[in-house]
Design a protein around this ligand. Sequence first.
Ligand code: ADP
Ligand code: ZN
Length: 733
Amino acid sequence: MPIEPQPDAQRKTTRRVSVLLPLPLERAFDYSVPADLDPRPGDVVVVPLNRREEVGVVWDCEPDSTVPDRKLKPISAILDTPPMGDTLRQFVDWVAAYTLSPPGDVMSMALRVVRQPTAPATGWRRVTPPPDGVRLTLARQRVLDVLARSEPRSTAELGRLADVGAAVIRGMGDAGLLSSEILPEPPPFAAPDPDIAGPTLSEAQEAAAATLRQAVADRRFAVTLLDGVTGSGKTEVYLEAVAECLRQGRQALILLPEIALSSQWLTRFQRRFGVAPAIWHSDLASRVRRVTWRAVAEGGAPVVVGARSALFLPFPDLGLVVVDEEHETAFKQEDGVVYHARDMAVVRARLCQAPAVLVSATPSLESVANVEAGRYGRVHLPVRHGGATMPRVEALDLRDAPPDRGRFLAPPLITAITETLARGEQAMLFLNRRGYAPLTLCRRCGHRMQCPNCTAWLVEHRARRELQCHHCGHAIPIPTECPACEAPNSLTPVGPGVERITEEAAALFPAARLLVMASDTMPGPHAAAEAARAIEAREVDLIIGTQIVAKGWHFPYLTLVGVVDADLGLAGGDLRASERTVQLLHQVAGRAGRADAPGRVLLQTFSPEHPVMQALVEGDLDAFMASEAAQRKPGNWPPYGRLAALIVSADTAQAADELARDLGRVAPYADGVMVLGPAPAPLSILRGRHRRRLLLKTRRDIAVQPLLRDWLAKVPVPRGGRVDVDVDPASFL
Ligand code: ADP
Ligand code: ZN
């Protein structure tokens, strides 16, 4: 933009401010300030943008003096909404700089609630029983399914959740399938009472709690790793830190990896503090979201328990951040702004002068290394509460005891289940794979059913009679003949998913009451809470589940865990494949024998000698982590070095190759810096886009961000091409 000279005499100084808009922009825009307004940093303002109005936040950066006054547009209004506080604005800038995301995109996560239109006062509920003779299309069925597991929803929300237009919903109202009602305002949050007596803590628990209470009382930033075996009372201990935070009159934030699976946690909170905490996740109804957001901003929500997006809530006085199950990969957000909520929780705590507590029975190597380097403190709970012992873990060599043909449970596991059920105890089978079979092939010509949009096999979901891609959602009815050779009834499932294991278990244990726990059979918090209740009430004998069952459940009557395929996570050369497998299987194993009766765990494996299986059998995770550390140190692999991934994608393979090659040609080159690739991504086609990857690896003392910025600035991205940056990648697909 040319700068036109302005004679000094004529220049009248206009007051200007920078306003950050919730858009993918690199910087804030300048606006002039009308005489009747007095905007301060953090104020939420309405400004003109092109021909519309946009809501933004007055930002701290220096206004851009190259834009002449007369080109500035005035701020339209300051909204009557709590301003975005200093520490939250600093957090937004920090996350943007660290992840190389446009600051506006990051800020929009903190502002989303304000920008939604005023919450509608009416919502839809399903009419039960439905009126006779009304036609149910697939779209209508989706709407009913959504409402079956949710409170009443507004037209817009329902449309989004069920993926239907407003006309469908109104049509269902006219047909008598839905009724509309005035939605009550959600009640304000009652104050949790820190002085309701908690359980009497053991000596070790009390020592740990005292350390954490002191950290909260100090009102300083510090990070503590609270690690202790499964069932050792870590939750009880950190709730004592929350109690101290309440006594200090500050707010506490607790991040859980899957809030929808946390009914047992919420019950415990309620027991300890007398009331429920405020809950935050992306599926909240918009009214609840609005009320919660405002309550947080005004200090009316003393404790928030939430998913990673809760980090962007406007706490005026945050006094404690807890990250439970800190090793969980669910904390890594993979789309939009790509960030790791555990790491950003530590940053948020630092900016707020508050302690952070990271909690896990299987801490990440990152956190362990931070303890070893003296950056984090550590408190440790070595034994299970109340004298419960750790379960006995055995590797079951599938070469010695193979399952029957076409079956997946080996005879010793079947025997163990039979004995457990005969004692009136509960058993669990774990397989981290949804659906019936991961692969379908033609017995005659060998054709494999593949997704047309992705480098992935279609997964059979027999109950739904579909083959589905787990990456893009593409689904087709199960064909009756092979699409390649047209042989009838020749398609056959290969390998097991939980549905197939359930079929096998039903045949083997006809009298047992089975319950399947997988994300597609248990959508939403209500289903998960109901499942937990049924298990606690001993209405279930055998639980069959995916990684959902590994979460922090406490089922006192569960004494046997069978892992159907312990080798599953080890395939594919992911840097953390071993670490993750140990964590996941140890967590699953930790569900067994948490009360009086001892627990037993059987791992079905083809490689019982693998260090992962050995670590699990011996229960010696420390030794395992030490050997992981020893392997990663020499090559500067995380956490002893830094990684950032560039994911190049384009409409055609050729365009992706070219862009990746251009990037490869000007890759940074220096001592302690290395670039791997470009190489086709393991998911080389995803949703029809061709993908290539480059990986930047540096010594720990070298920051990746400046290198990435220089690098990306050298290569123009052509139309249709894209380069996504993933700092500290967790997934290498
Ligand atoms: P972790 O979080 O380490 O897996 P939990 O905090 O869930 O362990 O504790 C396991 C079980 O033991 C829970 O039911 C919990 O209420 C109970 N528990 C732990 N410590 C105590 C205690 N000191 N007194 C009574 N019950 C306890
Ligand atoms: Zn697909």
